[in-house]
Ligand binder design. Structure first.
Ligand code: FES
Length: 140
């Protein structure tokens, strides 16, 4: 089976490979695995705490060419997006952009799961401030 040109491009020149420091407060991390093939993907986002916009992204994928290309593409796509926009990304958009064949659709699902997990991780780590702001203060 031949990979599409875009898959080969991302595979040979992956964008945004690497990782951010885990203790960085502005980072959300998503780590997911595909049970079918055992491939693993880690995707991280760096978020502007004031605007809620994703400013940077990194990935590390131990998997097939399509999984690497899907995660590389997602790190490019999410930059400049809000958390909700990034979480709304669909695997079908990835599969279409990369012209993935049916047997490789699960590789794009892995990338969708990874970005959702990264967004959720960031939101969970930052859930406290909004909640505490809602706590009424005693006014004298
Ligand atoms: Fe499983 Fe690509 S073959 S992620």
């Amino acid at each position: 089976m031949a990979y599409s040109e875009k898959v080969v491009d991302h595979y040979e020149n992956p964008r945004n490979v690497g990782s951010f420091a885990k203790d960085d407060d502005s980072v959300g991390t998503g780590m997911v695995g595909a049970p079918a093939c055992g491939d693993v993907m880690k995707l991280q986002i760096k978020v502007n705490p004031v605007t809620g916009v994703i400013e940077d992204a990194r990935f590390k994928t131990y998997g097939c060419g399509s999984a690497i290309a899907s995660s590389s593409l997602v790190t490019e796509w999410v930059k400049g997006k809000t958390l909700d926009q990034a979480a709304a990304l669909k695997n079908s958009e990835i599969a279409e952009e990369l012209a993935l064949p049916p047997v490789k659709i699960h590789c794009s699902i892995l990338a969708e799961d990874a970005i959702k997990a990264a967004v959720n991780d960031y939101k969970q780590r930052h859930a406290a401030p909004a909640a505490s702001a809602a706590v009424p203060e005693t006014v004298n």
